[in-house]
Design a protein around this ligand. Structure first.
Ligand SMILES: Nc1ncnc2c1ncn2[C@@H]1O[C@H](COP(=O)(O)OP(=O)(O)O)[C@@H](O)[C@H]1O
Ligand SMILES: [Mg+2]
Length: 261
């Protein structure tokens, strides 16, 4: 087919308008408008406390917003529960790992797959579908580069492998939108390269929003970058525009964290 993109691609997959979130008197996120296109790779950058994780929590439904609206695939989801959003195709990871360290790679993925089944599977139905769900868990392990590690206890994986597994857990919902919160944090240089490669190989139909502290990872993976500071979006642009932006330099690159440019 040589037709142009399907009509639904004209509208953004995610649209935020006037999103704010307060914690008591603290405005963690304020007045954020954000449009993310289908299949886009978007990075969200910003210093600690900028409101990045809170914004993810509002998008995923973990916290309701104090103001504003959220549309996903053109439907308003502002007050929808997190599990319902997951079933609509939102997958995410958390800045603080939520892996079960005492279980194997496969069991962690299995639980993630099981978690997004509609309703609770009755035991008989579950037994019948168990093989299918296990296969899916092993597929996911392969997709994120953990083939051969399925039976390994998660606690004995390297940090890099744990981050890969978190990406696999987020993929368990068959996401159309995947949100990763600082997937490269705590990784060695080599592990960061492996993770960046994994993200670059991701199915191009999956929309990706990446919170990243590491500029190298963010600017390599993202097509557009949103920079937050003090709860607000202060700059948005392509990686080149971000590299050239004085505000970004002042806020972010000033502390000897210089690239070759
Ligand atoms: N659950 C919470 N309760 C109270 N304050 C919070 C909570 N979560 C985040 N904050 C505050 O909101 C601000 C933004 O935090 P966060 O979204 O975690 O920033 P980032 O991810 O950019 O580092 C910070 O001042 C933080 O202390
Ligand atoms: Mg954070």
């Amino acid at each position: 087919m040589t037709e142009a993109a399907a009509p639904e691609h004209a509208a953004p997959i995610l649209r935020l308008r006037g999103i704010g979130r307060r914690f008591g008197g603290l405005h963690a996120v304020r007045d954020v408008d954000l449009d993310v296109a289908h299949g886009e790779r978007r990075a969200i950058l910003g210093p600690n406390g900028a409101g990045k994780t809170t914004l993810f929590n509002v998008i995923s439904g973990d916290f309701p917003p104090s103001s504003g609206t959220i549309e996903f695939h053109g439907e308003e989801i502002t007050t929808l529960a997190p599990a319902a959003r997951a079933r609509l195709g939102m997958g995410r990871t958390y800045q603080k790992s939520r892996l079960f360290l005492g279980l194997s790679v496969e069991d962690n993925l299995y639980l993630a797959v099981l978690g997004v089944q509609k309703g609770h599977l009755r035991p008989i139905r579950l037994r019948r579908r168990d093989g299918e769900l296990r296969d899916r868990a092993r597929d996911l392990a392969r997709t994120v580069g953990l083939e051969g590690r399925e039976k390994t206890l998660v606690g004995s994986l390297s940090h890099g492998e744990q981050r890969q597994l978190e990406v696999g857990m987020a993929r368990a919902v068959n996401p159309t939108l995947m949100m990763l919160d600082e997937p490269a944090s705590g990784l060695s240089r080599g592990e960061r390269v492996a993770l960046t490669d994994l993200l670059l190989q991701l199915d191009p139909s999956i929309t990706l929003i990446l919170i990243e502290h590491d500029m190298d990872v963010a600017l390599r993976v993202a097509e557009r970058v949103t920079m937050m500071h003090d709860g607000r979006v202060i700059v948005e642009g392509t990686p080149d525009e971000i590299r050239a932006n004085q505000t970004v330099h002042d806020l972010y690159l000033g502390r000897g964290n210089r690239n070759d440019g």
